[in-house]
Design a protein around this ligand. Structure first.
Ligand SMILES: [Zn+2]
Length: 237
């Protein structure tokens, strides 16, 4: 059976060398034997108790108590499946280079190196090609996200049925006008023209709202007060 050890990047860095990587997979008859073998290839346990690992991040390595898998696996997927599913949620965690070490019972040692950054880009593009696409715009009280409609792709992954832009920074929860997320209101539609028209309208109303705010001190206060507050108001003038 194959036993997988997921490395925790305790202290913010992974140990990556010619013996261990983000994942180490060991073939053994049972988990006890796998744990014994693990300690001969650079894995250590109870790192926090021994002051080797950062106590807030937790132990770098954990003993295996599982039944093991018939073939090398990561999170229930074969290495190939895992690679083809790599997405940006893991991007920040595993870093740009992914290293997997597999130790077989016959003493063979296999090292798999994956350019995770490139693979994630490739997978994201594949997902975008398949995804439902809409147009949208985000805005808040200070202004608009962009002056043109932004392409948004339906996500079937972690954030089910949300729409995301290419950069992963703008998301839309529902089509149409959405104010449920106060930080960033959104408008989206399958029609690019509808979003373009919305942008025109909202731009005009944001401008008039700013004008109103600018006028307010002048109408409410005397010139003297305005002068006194001048320093504080600064840019409102
Ligand atoms: Zn920590």
């Amino acid at each position: 059976m194959f036993y997988t050890y997921n490395q925790n990047n305790s202290g913010g860095i992974f140990d990556i060398n010619d013996r261990v990587g983000q994942y180490v997979i060991i073939e053994a008859d049972n988990c006890e034997k796998a744990n014994e073998k693990a300690e001969t290839v650079g894995i250590y346990f109870d790192g926090c108790d021994n002051d080797t690992d950062c106590s807030c991040c937790g132990d770098r390595w954990h003993r295996n108590y599982e039944e093991g898998n018939k073939q090398p696996q990561i999170y229930g997927k074969t290495i190939k499946e895992y690679k083809d599913d790599l997405d940006y949620y893991l991007d920040y965690y595993i870093g740009p280079n992914l290293v997997i070490h597999i130790y077989y019972k016959n003493n063979n040692h296999e090292t798999i190196k994956i350019d995770a950054k490139a693979k994630i880009e490739e997978n994201k593009k594949k997902q975008r090609d398949k995804a439902k696409k809409i147009w949208g715009i985000g805005f808040n009280l200070y202004g608009l996200w962009d002056t043109k409609p932004v392409r948004l792709y339906e996500s079937k992954g972690f954030d089910k049925n949300n729409f995301w832009d290419k950069s992963g920074n703008l998301s839309v929860d529902k089509i149409g006008f959405d104010t449920s997320n106060a930080g960033c209101m959104t408008f989206s539609s399958e029609s690019k023209k509808e979003v373009e028209e919305f942008i025109k309208e909202i731009q005009a109303s944001i401008c008039s709202a700013i004008d109103t705010v600018r006028e307010r001190p002048k109408t409410l206060a005397t010139e003297a007060v305005i002068k006194r507050l001048g320093g504080m108001l600064g840019t409102i003038e």
